[in-house]
Design a protein around this ligand. Structure first.
Ligand code: 5AD
Ligand code: SF4
Length: 441
């Protein structure tokens, strides 16, 4: 049997695309190999959001090149965002790559990487037709959790971001198709869904006028599907977070009390230069509205330091916004210029050592704030979806609360169970507790 190996970089959208890649290859009769050495087809699903994933990929690919030198029959396929961004240079940079394809080409992989060998000329870039992969087979890591793609592409013009250039204009998947997939997944044992899009809350705006819908309605439709106990979504853009979505979050039992709301910067001046189209005040107002409508809401965010022109005062505004909001956690990034984006061409790029200093200070504040938020959970009973044994202690179980915090706990439950856990200890990133014994009926 021919075997494949997929290496994935980047965001949840890419992780989900990799599930489709694996599912398709399996349907074609290939089996999954645990190492590159054992695989006949080596697939890399790449990311190019910052320079770091580019470098990581280059290191991985060098390893694959060594494998291929020993066995020239191996097929190396490179997909995803880096492939798309570098489509003009990819085969010059890496002559041992056989096939490359962008994020919209996954439905064609069967034609190219099938059991019968390579169905495309070596050194060719696969066509890009951007159809939804919703009907394709999918290899899910966990029986009880699933991602569901609701849109592709992004119409925003954030000055730092390469995604619109590689993933194209926003296209929404039709509501009937989304709900049909959710219903199928529920029938298959899925209890927790994560709806995926580059900007989930602008979903629906590009659909035909007679469909007239919005993301709030989509949340409500998914909430009605029997068996779905938790609904998450990522990422919403603060500029499109409107009343109907907040109300749907508040009213739908399955929609979790968590919003990942990328702030990027706390300085209105920098937000303007970033073309985020909201300012600090508007963001804080949205946070207030969300917290008023959804008690106990967890808020997480993305932050960038060192955007061109960022002064110490701008940076301090980011710090003070983090403190004022009290994020439960945050992904923190050093600004990384991406060729072709507006910000990469801006004067006033920030020196590396200033960026380093700012990220260190920011991480410290983020951790301090998160530790305070997590400490507030101690003594409470939280509903946990059990995922697996704990990574650090095999005697403990690991799962996540509705607010998306990881909990390690002692108890007796199986992966996929929903259990109550009494929280006893908190750190800045995780909670620890004991399964609450259900009271006998
Ligand atoms: N440099 C640093 N961080 C970036 N992000 C996007 N583009 C860049 C860049 N060029 C961050 C943003 C976004 C997250 C997915 O990655 O914070 O929300
Ligand atoms: Fe995801 Fe963006 Fe990376 Fe593409 S470039 S994998 S969309 S994070």
């Amino acid at each position: 049997m021919r075997r494949y190996h997929v290496t994935t970089f980047g965001c949840q959208m890419n992780a989900h695309d990799s599930e489709r890649i694996k599912g398709m290859l399996e349907e074609l009769g290939l089996g999954e190999a645990t190492t590159q050495d054992e695989a006949d087809v080596l697939v890399f699903n790449t990311c190019t959001i910052r320079e770091k994933p580019d470098q990581k990929f280059a290191a991985h690919l060098a390893q694959a090149a060594a494998v291929k030198r020993r066995d020239p029959d191996k097929v190396i396929a490179v997909g995803g965002c880096y492939a798309e961004a570098q489509r003009e240079r990819l085969f010059d940079l890496y002559p041992y790559v056989d096939v490359a394809f962008g994020p919209g080409s996954i439905p064609h992989l069967g034609e190219w990487l099938g059991a019968g060998g390579l169905g495309i000329a070596r050194g060719q870039f696969g066509l890009q037709d951007r159809t939804f992969a919703g009907e394709l087979p999918m290899h899910r890591e966990r029986r009880f959790q699933a991602w569901v793609q609701i849109s592709m592409g992004c119409n925003s013009k954030c000055a730092y971001c390469i995604v619109p250039a590689v993933r194209g204009r926003e296209v929404s998947r039709r509501p009937g198709d989304v709900v049909a997939e959710v219903t199928r997944l529920a029938g298959d044992g899925v209890r927790e869904l994560t709806l995926l899009g580059q900007n989930v809350n602008s979903w629906g705006r590009d659909l035909a006028p007679e469909i007239h819908t919005d993301f709030g309605e989509l949340l409500r439709a998914c909430d009605l599907v029997d068996g779905i106990e938790r609904i998450r979504f990522t990422s919403p853009h603060p500029k499109d977070f409107r009343r109907p979505v907040i109300e749907a979050m508040a009213e739908c039992d399955a929609v979790c009390e968590h919003a990942h709301l990328p702030l990027q910067s706390g300085s209105s001046r920098i937000l303007k230069a970033m073309r985020r189209t909201y300012n600090r005040e508007r963001y804080l107002r949205l946070v207030g509205e969300l917290r008023e409508a959804i008690p106990d809401l967890a808020l997480t965010t993305d932050l960038i330091v060192g955007f061109p022109g960022e002064t110490e005062d701008d940076f301090l505004e980011t710090i003070s916004t983090v403190e004022e909001v009290g994020f439960d956690s945050a992904f923190t990034f050093v600004y990384s210029p991406r060729a072709g984006t507006e910000a990469a061409a801006m004067a006033e790029q920030i020196p590396e050592e200033v960026k380093r200093d700012r990220i260190e200070r920011l991480v410290e504040v983020v951790q301090r704030v998160a530790a305070v938020r997590n400490a507030e959970r101690v003594g409470r009973v939280e509903q946990v979806l059990v995922e697996s044994p704990s990574r650090t202690d095999p005697n403990l179980l690991r799962g996540r609360t509705r607010r998306n915090t990881t909990v390690n706990f002692s108890g007796a439950a199986a992966a996929g169970d929903l259990v109550d856990v009494r929280i006893e200890v908190a750190t800045s990133t995780t909670l620890r507790g004991v399964q609450a014994v259900p009271v006998a009926a």
